[in-house]
Design a binder for this molecule. Structure first.
Ligand code: SAM
Length: 230
């Protein structure tokens, strides 16, 4: 059974998807998608040999080698130009996902949709979308086995479309669509973050030479969280 987290990612792929799953590990996602949609095809990219080998075995075990090409390599380097229409990058930190997108920009020419699931710091990816003319079209937050995950979907287009023009930094950080929806998982996540931040802020202000800049940033962020939880 596919995790709820990856099932949500799969939901955002169109029928007949032709996509890359970068950092595919066991290739569970492309196998699931191709087993449920006989028109779908994928490239599964892995930078590490162990996970690459697991992906090859998983693909063979489902007799999907004709539709899922497993490739060893760094980020989007495994792709030829104009090879896929969607890119998935899931289960890594936001800054790593951002770097993979930034370093592989030349491979995104025909890519119309990017689906990411950052484990931490989704803000860095929203910022990258914003600066690279990708429009954030959907955001989901879900909880599974005690972890809270965010899934972000972007398409080529007007990057400011789903942001209102009040406080861009706050929206990049919390997620403009998640903020609007403000569901119980979102509230839970930001309640947890709020107490973490309050503790760190206490530690910083109690230290001998408090980092004023950092404290200011944290105070801003705490205000944004409080506003979101009101
Ligand atoms: N995408 C799967 C998921 O969401 O369940 C696997 C996530 S796993 C935690 C992250 C995978 O990304 C690892 O298998 C790692 O080897 C791979 N990875 C890390 N950096 C990468 C890069 N620059 N290019 C390709 N794969 C990478």
């Amino acid at each position: 059974r596919l995790s709820e987290r990856l099932a949500k990612v799969a939901e955002y792929l169109p029928k007949g998807a032709c996509f890359a799953d970068i950092g595919s590990d066991h290739a569970y996602l492309p196998c699931y998608v191709c087993l449920h949609d006989h028109k779908a095809s994928a490239v599964a990219g892995e930078v590490n040999k162990g996970p690459y080998q697991s992906a090859v075995e998983e693909v063979y075990s489902h007799e999907l080698a004709g539709r899922i090409d497993v490739r060893l390599g760094d980020g989007l380097n495994v792709l030829k130009a104009d090879e896929v229409k969607q890119v998935v990058i899931a289960g890594m930190g936001g800054p790593l996902i951002r770097d993979i997108l930034e370093n592989g920009k030349d491979k995104l020419g025909r890519v119309s949709r990017i689906i990411v699931q950052p484990n931490i710091d989704a803000r860095t990816i929203r910022q990258w979308f914003y600066e690279n003319r990708f429009c954030l079209v959907q955001e989901t937050i879900l909880e599974e086995n005690g972890h809270i995950y965010e899934v972000l979907v972007a398409e080529r287009g007007e990057p400011g479309k789903n942001y209102d023009h009040q406080n861009l930094q706050k929206q990049l950080w919390l997620g403009p669509l998640l903020l609007k929806e403000n569901n119980s998982v979102f509230k839970k996540k930001w309640k947890q973050e709020k107490s973490k931040k309050e503790n760190i802020l206490k530690q910083i202000s109690g230290s001998k030479q408090p980092d004023e800049e950092k404290m200011r940033r944290f105070q801003f962020e705490l205000e944004w969280i409080k506003e979101a939880l009101e």
